[in-house]
Design a protein around this ligand. Structure first.
Ligand code: FES
Length: 581
């Protein structure tokens, strides 16, 4: 998009960075002389928008290994458009290696993003992320800072391959691990799968949390059109990165900020898209947190409302058959949004400067097996269901398209594990009192209890049932589940067991009823008995007495509230820019 002078609402002296570089005083002398220390001349930076390229590259983030090169490509675009690029490393949140869970640190990256933007002479930001929590974290921080910003998605990795079979991140790990546990897969084959499942830079290429969140970032207008579906190693990804560099400079002159893009309707577009792609359940927590940063009180009810009117049309694993590379070749997210355009608010603005409707012009579906026709969806409705009941007074979620249909209405006796270690110790024990009709319950998996609400929600099927051919059971926890997972898993039970939610009071043998069509989860235990159990319940010891974990424990909200820190929600009093003395 070309920049026209009449699009400009800012003059050079209006730039945020002008406060650092413009005045004729001692501090500004220091700022200018130190820019020159890096080898830049006055004409490189004077009167130009300073663009912060926030890069979540790290040697420990396997999904972002291409992002150093991408940052250079962003810089190319920034220079071309007359800006001054500065690359700033921020915390990487490696889904693979961080323990106990990247969710413990999402808010830390969000805080870092906001404060890095605030304390530096930055006029606009390109946010480089993709591995699960990096997307919501960067966007949460940018929303709170509210200077011009756009998101550059890392892009999915290429398809995996094993002996001619396509492999998908996560999804096929769970699948073949169950075969290995059942004794149906030898060590040699298992190692071959290890060699072939992740064969390029990029984030998980199933419709896991990474692909979901980058798609939703595009749907609510914070990426360039079509950006989220481009495979990480495709040359189009490099071109997109350079375009991000050009566009953010224009956005600074136009003063186009997240608050101009992220309206209630934009969030509705994201939720509708989440349902149509059969997105990760994690997206619900992140979207609530993002919306609340933007001052919009999004609740679980809105997800359930929009799930009832949106067909699932992305035929992508774990719920479907294909992978993100196929999705891109089929037209990508623009094509899918075009197909569901009647369900979207097409007049929402996007960072491209155009409306969502304008950015979809010319989009088309090239493969109806991957992006299904509206009259032949994977499911008529219900990418995610929200359930309520005496076991989850503040709600919980289930992804019905990833579950065995017959289990969506089910009553069975509970088999309770008090925490992950208890489950790991007993789940495969031959004496475990469990049948295919049992309901597996995991306590202490929530934001405070685990801590950090890890992706433990796809509890493993007990080995003795695996050997009988059982591959799905009803499972309930206050944990999350990887977006690449599948099964009849009821997640995000709120309030969590650690704070005394009813999940803490379930005992072996209690009957639990799942009625997905009625959106109901019921524990068949009388109120009187629950009151007795509550009296006997003692709160667990806190996990942290100092450090970041202590702050997390004090401020984290429950899953239905987005798991943000309470003090980071938008309030009427924005944090001011720093004084320069
Ligand atoms: Fe990075 Fe899956 S491990 S997106």
């Amino acid at each position: 998009m070309e920049q026209h002078d009449n699009d400009k609402v800012k003059r050079p002296e209006d730039l945020r960075s002008h406060r650092w570089f413009g005045p004729d005083d001692m501090r500004s002398f220091g700022h200018r002389s130190r820019a020159k220390q890096m080898g830049y001349a006055t004409e490189d930076f004077a009167d130009k928008p300073v663009i912060g390229i926030l890069n979540t590259w790290s040697d420990l983030n396997t999904c972002h290994t291409h992002m150093r090169q991408r940052a250079e490509e962003v810089k190319r675009g920034v220079w071309q458009a007359g800006g001054f690029p500065v690359e700033v490393p921020v915390m990487s949140l490696s889904e693979t290696y961080m323990k106990p869970s990247t969710m413990l640190y999402r808010n830390l990256l969000a805080m870092e993003t906001e404060e890095v933007l605030r304390c530096h002479p930055i006029d606009g930001a390109v946010l480089m992320g993709g591995c699960d929590k990096t997307t919501p974290a960067l966007l949460m921080g940018a929303i709170s800072m509210n200077i011009p910003a756009l998101f550059l998605p890392a892009g999915p990795m290429l398809r995996g391959n094993w002996r001619g079979k396509t492999l998908g991140s996560g999804t096929d790990v769970w699948k073949y691990w169950d075969e290995r546990r059942a004794g149906a897969l030898c060590g040699e084959a298992w190692e071959e799968i290890e060699d072939g499942i992740a064969r390029s830079p990029g984030h998980c290429m199933t419709m896991g949390t990474a692909s979901t969140m980058t798609a939703l970032a595009e749907a609510f207008g914070m990426t360039l059109p079509g950006a989220s579906s481009i495979p990480a190693v495709h040359a189009a990804h490099q071109r997109m990165a350079t375009q991000c560099g050009r566009r953010i400079v224009e956005m600074v002159w136009e003063d186009l900020k997240p608050s101009d893009v992220l309206t209630r309707e934009a969030f509705d577009n994201a939720i509708t898209t989440d349902m149509a792609i059969g997105g990760s359940t994690n997206a619900i927590i992140h979207l609530i947190a993002l919306a609340r940063r933007a001052g919009i009180m999004l609740t679980l009810e809105r997800f359930d409302e929009l799930s009832r009117t949106t067909p699932v049309i992305a035929n992508i694993r774990p719920a479907g058959a294909y992978l993100m590379e196929d999705f891109y070749d089929a037209g990508g997210l623009r094509a899918l949004l075009w197909r569901i355009r009647d369900l979207l608010h097409l007049d929402c603005r996007t960072v491209s400067g155009r409306t969502l409707g304008q950015s979809l012009e010319g989009a088309d579906v090239f493969n109806d097996d991957v992006i299904l026709p509206l009259d032949q969806p994977m499911a008529e409705t219900g990418g995610t269901f929200v359930l309520w009941g005496n076991l989850a007074p503040d709600g919980c979620v289930i992804k019905p398209i990833a579950a065995e249909a017959k289990l969506l209405t089910h009553t069975g006796p509970a088999v309770v594990f008090k925490d992950y270690n208890d489950m790991a110790a007993r789940i495969d024990h031959p004496d475990l009192d469990v049948t295919p009709a049992s309901v597996l319950v995991l306590q202490s998996g929530g934001p405070l209890g685990a801590p950090g609400m890890p992706e433990w929600g796809m509890l493993p099927i007990p080995r003795k049932l695996l050997q009988q051919g059982v591959r799905d059971m009803v499972r309930i926890s206050d944990a999350r589940m990887s977006g690449t997972s599948y099964g009849t898993c009821i997640l995000h039970v709120s309030p969590e067991s650690h704070v005394g939610g009813p999940l803490a009071l379930v005992r072996d043998g209690d009957l639990i009823q799942l009625d997905s069509p009625q959106r109901r989860l019921h524990l068949h235990v009388s109120d009187e008995e629950m009151a007795r159990r509550r009296m006997a319940w003692t709160p667990p010891e806190p996990h942290f007495t100092r450090g970041y974990g202590y702050l997390f424990s004090k401020e984290i909200t429950q899953a239905h509230e987005g798991c943000d820190f309470a003090f980071l929600h938008t309030n009427a009093d924005p944090t001011p820019d720093p004084e320069i003395h």
